[in-house]
Each structure stands twice: as structure tokens, then as C-alpha cells.
Write a protein that binds this ligand. Sequence first.
Ligand SMILES: Cc1cc2nc3c(=O)[nH]c(=O)nc-3n(C[C@H](O)[C@H](O)[C@H](O)COP(=O)(O)OP(=O)(O)OC[C@H]3O[C@@H](n4cnc5c(N)ncnc54)[C@H](O)[C@@H]3O)c2cc1C
Length: 387
Amino acid sequence: MKTYDAIIIGAGSVGTPAACFLAQKGLKVIVLEMRAASGQGDNKAAIGGVRATHSDPGKIQICIESLKIFSTWKEEYGFDMGWKPGGYCFPVYDEKNEAVLKGLLPAQKKFGLNIDWIGPEKLAEIVPGINRENLRGGTYSPEDGQVSGLLAPVGFQREAERNGAEFRFKEKVIGYQRTGDQITGVITNKDKYSAGVVILAAGADAAEHGGLLDIDIPVTPDTHEAGISAPVKQFLAPLIVDIRPGPENKTVNFYFGQNKEGQIIFCYTPKELFYGTDRESQSEFMPIIANRMINLIPRLKNLLIRRIWRGCYPMTPDGVPIIDFVPDVKGLFLAVGMCGQGLMLGPGAGKNIASLIVDKKPIISEEANKFFRYSRDFYSEKKETLK
Ligand SMILES: Cc1cc2nc3c(=O)[nH]c(=O)nc-3n(C[C@H](O)[C@H](O)[C@H](O)COP(=O)(O)OP(=O)(O)OC[C@H]3O[C@@H](n4cnc5c(N)ncnc54)[C@H](O)[C@@H]3O)c2cc1C
């Protein structure tokens, strides 16, 4: 039996930064990952958007931390995660959405977020070539940005390993060891490991572990598609979110940006959700998103698309993650239900997990941290889940 201070199940958007920050605090950490490398679960499906401009205080404070970590990572550790500052921009074409977005601003500003309403002239400067017909302006948060979902877990794994963390790939956790109400370790398809704390960061597969642990883990995956173009000359700084429903009546909103390599990376929220974990792309995605993108920025008609893919949002009923110990199962920590925002929540959540486990206190305010509790009423009110 190999013994560690902490076992992390899943080397994804949350598991890799959690390993990094726990190892930095001096814990002996092992990460068990069933796939062949870090970030090969839904992490690599993310288009890379990182913003703190949410409406939920917990997500706001965690993402403020994530932004600090992503934007300084290269300077601090010498590894480029593809960080590109440039902000987020929500263009608006109708009175109703103008009122909705303006209505969110006071609460967002109360949390110190740098976000404001900008008029159509300024917006057209920030988003060159945007369709000006009926454009009313939009919100702009210049301190948000983008990273590479492919590079971020590599950076966190390297720093975790530099601090002594171990990673085991192609190793699936298939059971838990317990003594009374205390989890003492895990069983994989290859070995057994014991530890004082087991952190479940299994993304879309979290609910399956609920079955093994005899607890309810309310995470239901639904699938979303995305794609990426060949690189073009840099022209677009912010990530754009168009919150209009599409004319085809199949999309709720769509969002895209130009990454550090110059590629346009894009995604939409389907009106009718596809529940489950089927990650096969569908033929309807590309025609729908191409129409939407060309309608918004006509010059995008010249893009060459390189590939499309499909991945999961591991959703909780209220759209807010669970980042907490489980009261009735000692030694079990849940870091699950990251919804459509796991890449941006990951570093801040990882740092919070390390602090909750080692220092017994959150890095964010206690009040904001309550939003992530396991024992909350998930059905009390619908929370914001907008990308
Ligand atoms: C199209 C699309 C676009 C997106 N865009 C963004 C975006 O712009 N910004 C953003 O923040 N988020 C985005 N997301 C959401 C983001 O990808 C997810 O929220 C995030 O990856 C979830 O992180 P996670 O660590 O919970 O899961 P994952 O990253 O999937 O990691 C979980 C890991 O656990 C492993 N695992 C599971 N069970 C076991 C087991 N039994 N044993 C061992 N290993 C196990 C899996 O193999 C996996 O590697 C997007 C998602 C999609 C699909």
C-alpha cells in the first residue's frame, strides 16, 4: 500500500491546479488519471475563456484568483499557458438585452470588477468589422482574457511535479477503502493507495463515484460543440459573447475569440441540451455557427476551419460547483460540477482547495465560499450559468 497526504482523482481543469497548490504547500500528493495525459478529459474541449464577470459571488472571487494566476504564470514559472489579455465583450442589438446587461453592472461593480457599458462607436473599435446595424453598444470587461486549454494543465502538472507530486496515467479509480465513516484510500485497476484526504475532481464522471461512495453527487453532464480555425493575423482582442438566440432557433448564445496563435476558437449553447457524454460531433454544428459568426462579423467568411469537437459541461442543478468536504464521509473532498466554466475556475478553485485542506480556511470570503457547499439546497433558485 502506497501512502500519501492527498490523492486527487482526475488530472483535469481542477485536478492539476489543485495538485500544484497542494504540493506547493508541502503535501505528498498523487494524481490518478484514467486517460493517457493531463487535461485529456473535458479540459481540452474548453475554448479558453477566462472571466471574473459572473453574478455569483463565489465564482467572481474564485475567478479573480484564476485571472491573477493565469496572467502571471509565465513571469512566475517561465511556462507559457497561451495567456492572452483582451477582455470579454457582450455586444447588444436590442433594448431588452441592454436592460438585462446594464442591470447586472451594479452588482458586478460592487465586487470591484472592471466592467462597463460602452457605446457602439467604442465597441466597433474593439471588435473591428462587427455588424453595426442596430448595434446599441455592449458590456466590456478589459481585465478578463483567454488561455490555452491544452497548455494550462501541462503548466500546472510541471509545477506540481517540481514540488514532488506524482502523476499516474491510464489508472482508473474503481473503488474506495473506508474504515467506518472515514475514507482511507482508493483502489484503481492497477494498485491501491492510502491518504488522509481524497479529492474527487472527476469532471463529467463525478456522479458515478457517488455510486461507489454511497452518496448523491448531483452532477449531470450535457454536451457542447466547439471548433477552431487556421490562424489569421491578430485583429480581435476580446472574447465575444453574442447573447441573441440564433435565427435558426437552435442556439441560445454563441461565443468566440482569437487565441494567442491567431486561431479563431468558437462554441455555442444549444437551445435543446444534449444530455449525456456522447462526444461525437454533429453535422448541424458548423453550418449554424458559421452563419452566426458571419452575420456578426462578415469578414469571418474567409476563415478556414481546421477541426471541430464536442465535450461535456459537468452541470450541477444550480450552475455552481461543489468545492467542499462531505460532512458524512470524513476525508472526502469534492471538487466537481464545474459546469461550463471549469477552465476559468480551475486555478482559483485549486488554490482554494489547498487552503481549505491545509490551512482550514478559504482564500475567498467565508460568505462567498458558502456558495460551493455540498450541503446546500441545489434547487432553491436558478443561478447564472452564462459562459
Ligand atoms: C465546447 C466547450 C467549451 C468550453 N469552454 C470553456 C471556456 O471557454 N472556459 C471555461 O472555463 N470552461 C469551458 N468549458 C468547460 C470546461 O471544459 C469544463 O468545465 C472543465 O473542463 C471541467 O473540469 P473538471 O476538472 O471538472 O473535469 P475534466 O477536465 O474533464 O477532468 C476530470 C478528469 O477526471 C478523470 N477521471 C474521471 N473519472 C476517473 C476515474 N475513475 N479514475 C481516474 N480518472 C478519472 C477524467 O479522465 C478527466 O481527465 C467548455 C466546455 C466545452 C465542452
